[in-house]
Design a protein around this ligand. Structure first.
Ligand code: ZN
Length: 313
């Protein structure tokens, strides 16, 4: 029996993952990330114990506990070297969990896990090479080459969000400028629109949020763009152009069969994938582009849980 857990910035979710990917006995707890590593680790343990209790499965029947978390992970020790979302440095999660549970403990980057989950339980029959692009507040990516997740030389590759798409461009939270994420990540896009509104811009976007700038999200920005709002035409138009350019670069680099896209910005949009694909098709090299498909992710929050329960180590 395999348990998958996803420790996110705001919530920890987990469940039992069946062989065909079905997730059962799911539970969630608030992460309480500000309370630090030890407290969050205790919550994760509590979550696993709750799942075990409800399933009636004993501890020694667990084959694997897979834990997905945002951040850079040391592959050999299962230590989370750095997680900006959780504020952790050198958190020895694998070692700590193995002391408590008599099972294989696997720690994996959350976006790698989500990409693997989408592939193994959805795309595998149709593809061996898949790129995952998850657009939320920032952008995370996962790379599957010939049926295996590609992690790079020291396990921290696949940072698609930090491909530099314009060296002179917007500042990125990573400290660099011009990253893909700085152009197409949700929080960056919202910040740009908000800034103009604070500076006095009024238009269709103002009406859409009924003057409440705090509730602004990228769904509003796309809607205002489609209605012809001047500001959003410029900002969302730029998002589409850079998203398309980013996808075209991925197509040229990896020649994947499928690019799978998920995350809050994608889920909240009507036609970002279609609009970005039109740009991608203009910009990518013909031979690389042939037969590539761009699809929406299917499993939402469960993808990382499903992936980390089965990912190759
Ligand atoms: Zn960056």
């Amino acid at each position: 029996m395999r348990i998958g857990i996803d420790i996110g910035g705001t919530k920890i979710i987990g469940g039992i993952v069946e062989r065909k990917g079905k997730v059962e006995i799911t539970h969630r707890l608030p992460t309480g990330g500000k309370e630090g590593y030890r407290r969050v680790r205790e919550r994760a343990i509590e979550l696993i114990n709750t799942i075990l209790r409800e399933s009636g499965v004993s501890r020694n029947e667990i084959k694997r506990i897979g834990i997905a978390a945002a951040g850079q992970i040391d592959k050999n020790s299962g230590t989370i070297i750095f997680s900006p979302n959780l504020g952790w440095h050198n958190a020895p999660l694998k070692k700590d969990m193995e002391k408590i549970f008599d099972a294989e403990v696997v720690i994996e980057n959350d976006v790698n896990a989500a990409t693997f989950g989408e592939w193994k339980f959805g795309l595998k029959e149709r593809s061996r090479n898949v790129i995952g692009v998850f657009v939320g507040t920032g952008i995370g990516g996962g790379i599957i080459i010939d049926g295996r997740i590609y992690r790079g030389f020291s396990n921290v590759g696949g940072e698609i969000g930090h491909m530099i798409v314009n060296p002179h461009g917007y500042r990125c939270n990573c400290g660099n400028s011009g990253c893909f994420e700085a152009y197409c990540g949700g929080s960056y896009i919202v910040d740009r629109v908000r800034k103009s509104i604070y500076e006095g811009y009024r238009g269709k976007i103002w009406d859409l949020v009924e003057g409440n700038v705090d509730k602004l999200h990228t769904g509003h920005i796309e809607e205002a763009y489609l209605l012809g709002d001047t500001l959003c035409k410029s900002i969302w138009g730029e998002t589409i152009e850079y998203m398309g350019a980013g996808l075209a670069s991925l197509v040229n680099l990896f020649n994947p069969e499928i690019i799978v896209m998920g995350g809050g910005v994608i889920n909240g949009s009507k036609q970002l994938i279609e609009d970005a694909c039109a740009v991608m098709k203009k910009r990518a090299m013909k031979a690389s582009l042939k037969d590539v498909r761009v699809e929406r992710a299917r499993y939402g929050d469960n993808a990382a849980i499903m992936g980390v329960a089965f990912i190759d180590v």
